[in-house]
Design a protein around this ligand. Structure first.
Ligand code: UGA
Length: 465
């Protein structure tokens, strides 16, 4: 069936084909748009052209194959080509963190210059990367500086404007989030820009909030800061639960039933990681400090989060007494389940600390082993990468769960008991049911639920043991 709106569809370009850019580019191709995706990493471009996704994301492989077959996707390493082809340019390049916590906008600035130098008609430049409020103003200034008429290759009528359309994709659910967003936030300040983005987002049924560019930028930072705060809040409650003998998973359930609070993002554990929360939180703090504002709340969120790693390492010490020379099974390397991304993964911080204490680690992750091995090569007898949970558990004196992979919820406890040297499970993500683990003959250590379990009135089953 032909698309009645095909003629109105603007041509899109996506600059940067990472965890945000690639799902976005492929998602728009699926919705019938012609998309040029570009990245300066030539090996990544070659892989994508050959139909291979450069990172793990559920559903992305199949979507890439369909996109290539549709003929509506062009992949290039030339930013110039992408700028010249598209009318709406989505900027999805990385915004890493500087030492002082500030966002490093070097890549964004470089893109702004290239866009300016290649203007060949009206362009709507849309920030999708998470950037501090007022970044759009800087992009505009930079572009105005470089887009002199002499740079406009014979087309003095060329013009551009900035918009902000922050992404809310979660790794591991990026496509689900792309096709079924909760909301779309669009910061745009002209009728022309607004009309274009209305066309782009016409297929979506969720609420669309139009606002100013600066407000849209800030909305994204505030959303990530709030979610981080929720996680640190429950992690702080977990510390109190341990001190008084309560179970944080039950506290979270009880709190979450209040619709004003909600159950999501109240899972206590080893803390939040990934490319977004830690760095966005620090960039938000930096933005506030720069303007002389007090953001002690957010500093505390960061502090509580860093403490989670120390807390789990202490639990290992408490369970094993001497860590030096002990063989430990570590399940999970990725910063969360459903991805092979290890950036700012709390699991890696735990591993680093345990290695410093002289532990011998047998690690496993369903997707992140390759990425991890590149950064932390195997050290025979000290850090071994295992292709199965069984292999990682063999001879171990304790098993640690550090990533919330679904498959780790269904561990074969009977088998693990046979394989392990001593039956101790330290569940850094509270994935397992403590009673079932204890009745399988293990010592169970969770996050914010140990004392509670000990003090709970004995059931007939546990009393019989
Ligand atoms: C996050 C946001 O959820 C997205 O909305 C946003 O678009 C994205 O950042 C971004 O800025 O690009 P993501 O980093 O993929 O997405 O991961 P989350 O699912 O939010 O998890 C972040 C971290 O918090 C993970 O380490 C996860 O394990 C941890 N977490 C999450 C908890 O420790 N407890 C929870 O209850 C939930």
């Amino acid at each position: 069936m032909s698309d009645p709106h095909a003629a109105e569809k603007p041509k899109l370009s996506v600059l940067g084909l990472g965890h945000v850019g690639l799902p976005t580019a492929l998602g728009f191709v699926e919705l019938g748009f012609e998309v040029t995706g570009c990245d300066d990493d030539t090996s990544k471009v070659a892989m994508i052209r050959a139909g291979q996704t450069p990172f793990y994301e559920p559903g992305l492989d199949a979507l890439l194959k369909r996109a290539l077959a549709s003929g509506r996707l062009t992949v290039t390493e030339s930013v110039e080509q992408a700028v010249r082809t598209g009318t709406v340019l989505f900027v999805c390049v990385g915004t890493p963190q500087k030492e002082n916590g500030e966002a490093d906008l070097g890549q964004v600035e470089a893109i702004a210059r290239t866009i300016a130098r290649n203007l060949n008609g009206y362009k709507l430049v849309v920030e999708k990367s998470t950037v501090p409020a007022v970044t759009a103003q800087w992009i505009s200034k930079t572009m105005a500086r470089f887009a002199k008429p002499s740079n406009i290759s014979g087309n003095p009528a060329a013009e551009f404007e900035l918009a902000s359309n922050p992404e809310f994709l979660q790794e591991g659910k990026a496509l689900e989030n792309f096709f079924n967003p909760d909301r779309i936030i669009i910061g745009v300040e002209s009728e022309r820009g607004r009309a274009l983005l209305e066309q782009v987002y016409r297929p979506f049924k969720c609420p669309i909030l139009f606002t100013t560019v600066c407000t849209a930028e800030l909305t994204k930072h505030a959303a990530n800061a709030f979610l981080s705060t929720k996680i640190s809040f429950i992690n702080m409650v977990a510390e109190i639960c341990e001190a008084v003998g309560a179970d944080v998973t039950e506290v979270a359930k009880g709190m979450g039933l209040d619709p004003r609070i909600g159950r999501e993002f109240l899972n206590a554990g080893v803390g939040f990681g990934g490319y977004c929360f830690p760095k966005d939180l620090r960039a938000f703090i930096h933005l506030a400090h720069e303007r002389g504002l007090d953001c002690g709340l957010l500093c505390e969120v960061d502090k509580i989060n860093r403490r989670r790693v120390e807390i789990i390492v202490k639990k290992v010490r408490r369970a094993l007494w001497v860590v030096q020379g002990k063989k430990l099974c570590v399940l999970g390397l990725a910063f969360k389940g459903g991805t092979d991304d290890i950036r700012e993964s709390p699991a890696l911080n735990v591993i680093t600390d345990l290695l410093k204490e002289g532990a011998c680690l047998q690690v496993h992750d369903p997707q992140a082993m390759e990425a991890c091995q590149k950064e932390h090569p195997a050290q025979p007898g000290r850090l071994e990468y295992c292709s199965s949970v069984d292999e990682a558990a063999r001879g171990a004196e304790a098993l640690l769960i550090l990533t919330d992979w679904e498959e780790y919820r269904r561990l074969d406890l009977k088998r693990l008991k046979e394989l392990m040297e001593s039956p101790i499970i330290i569940d850094g993500r509270n994935l397992l049911d403590p009673e079932s683990v204890r009745s399988a003959g293990f010592e169970y250590v969770g996050m914010g639920r140990d004392a509670g379990a000990k003090r709970r009135p004995a059931t007939a089953e546990s009393a019989a043991q």
